[in-house]
Ligand binder design. Structure first.
Ligand SMILES: Nc1ncnc2c1ncn2[C@@H]1O[C@H](COP(=O)(O)OP(=O)(O)OP(=O)(O)O)[C@@H](O)[C@H]1O
Length: 240
């Protein structure tokens, strides 16, 4: 890939002395949509954590726009354009929606942009984080990350535990985020079908390694691979 925005080479990482990721090579193009698929414990969250600097890097290189970032603290990586929406959402429950957004604001990011993406948050702007539904909390978590002006957005299982109608709304927001082609979006999802329909390219992870990488549409036509590598109950057809 010519001039990837993000590049990992020979990355082995984990938590303390534990090794979880094994020899990961990955390039992400500018504006690319990448789906990361795999069963529970495959290492998907650890991959995002490693890109953000939230795990222990044992070996390998991580570059953002050609600059080595492996030694930088997470907040420095965020300032350079990496934004993580964690599975835990990490909103401030005691602050209002608007206060949550302002607390995350960096540079010329505006509340209007966040509210344009999620009009529901504007309606709920004076509500406390704790008063929000699960779907609204996820919208707030995504909007908070957007307020840091990332050009690479890492989404960790954003659909988990949410009703189908909310999942559809969130998938539409990811389309909106990616549509002008300047932001790259990495979507970790157990809803394999939804993730593959969104993505340009997909990687399958198993046991801390990338076991398949290719066009998302191609993987969508490989029920054998999806069956083997996506967790129990994730039937390849008819998944949300
Ligand atoms: N903080 C931690 N300390 C030690 N080991 C961890 C830690 N977090 C995760 N692991 C281990 O790393 C492995 C990969 O976990 P990870 O959360 O990256 O998988 P995942 O593919 O994101 O799965 P899930 O869908 O359950 O989040 C698992 O064996 C897990 O037990």
């Amino acid at each position: 890939m010519a001039d990837p925005v993000l590049s990992l080479r020979g990355v082995t990482a984990g938590y303390g002395p534990t090794h979880v990721l094994r020899d990961i090579d990955l390039d992400l193009g500018r504006g690319e949509r990448l789906a990361v698929i795999g069963r529970n414990g495959a290492g998907k969250t650890t991959l995002l954590a490693t890109i953000m600097g939230l795990s222990t890097l044992h070996a390998g290189k991580i570059e953002l726009r050609g600059r080595g970032i492996a030694r930088l603290a997470p907040f420095r990586r965020n300032a350079l354009g990496l934004g993580l929406v964690p599975q835990t959402r990490d909103i401030f429950p005691s602050l209002s929606v608007e206060e949550n957004l302002i607390a995350a604001q960096r540079g010329d990011a505006t509340l209007e942009e966040a509210y344009a993406l999620f009009p529901r948050l504007k309606e709920r702007r004076r509500n406390g984080g704790v008063q929000l539904s699960g779907g609204e909390q996820q919208m707030l978590a995504i909007a908070r990350t957007l307020m840091t002006r990332p050009d690479v957005i890492l989404l960790d299982e954003p659909l988990e535990g949410l009703a189908p109608v909310i999942c559809a709304m969130l998938m539409q927001s990811f389309e909106d985020l990616a549509k002008d082609g300047t932001r790259s979006v990495v979507l970790v999802e157990q809803h394999a079908r939804a993730a593959l329909a969104f993505a340009d390219r997909a990687i399958l992870m198993s046991n801390g390694a990338i076991v398949h990488s290719g066009p998302a549409a191609e993987l969508a036509d490989r029920p054998d691979l999806l069956h083997r590598h996506v967790g129990v109950g994730q039937t390849p057809k008819g998944d949300a």
